[in-house]
Design a protein around this ligand. Structure first.
Ligand SMILES: [Zn+2]
Length: 150
């Protein structure tokens, strides 16, 4: 029987393997450990999404021209069309990150994404962003007064 630490240490390697090729000891551990099963599923999904993003998704034909054409009194240039194409390529990467953060949020043992980082190390501004509950006016004021958070 493997330990959670061992699964965590090898999670990148394990996520790259198809489920049937996982070492027997890992299989055994996953069968009895929901936390590691979730962590591995998240790592696997993240890999898959990033791989899909890496394949490069092409925008629909004429996408850049249509967008630029919709702008008043502008002639689309090559550089602008290229910029739109690059921007479109980032969409799957952003989607992958959003899904990953959602999974991490779900898998976190404490409630809310603040469980992922030690709360004591956060600035008022970071707390505001990370805490799940609606911010208190006092907290908003503290974050504003804090400025850059340094
Ligand atoms: Zn475990």
């Amino acid at each position: 029987m493997k330990s959670c630490d061992e699964v965590k240490k090898r999670i990148g390697e394990l996520a790259a393997l198809p489920a049937v090729e996982l070492p027997a000891g890992i299989h055994e551990h996953l069968a009895g450990c929901a936390a590691c099963t979730r962590a591995l599923a998240a790592a696997r999904l993240g890999r898959g999404l990033l791989a899909a993003a890496g394949d490069g998704v092409e925008p629909p034909t004429g996408f850049a021209d249509r967008v630029l054409g919709a702008l008043p009194d502008r002639t689309p240039s090559r550089a602008e069309a290229e910029l739109w194409r690059l921007g479109w390529g980032l969409v799957p990467a952003f989607a992958a990150m959003a899904v990953l953060f959602f999974i991490l949020y779900q898998a976190s043992p404490t409630s809310g994404p603040i469980g992922l980082v030690p709360a004591e190390g956060l600035s008022a501004g970071e707390r505001l962003v990370l805490e799940a509950s609606p911010p208190e006016p006092d907290a908003v004021l503290a974050a504003v007064m804090e400025g850059s958070g340094t």
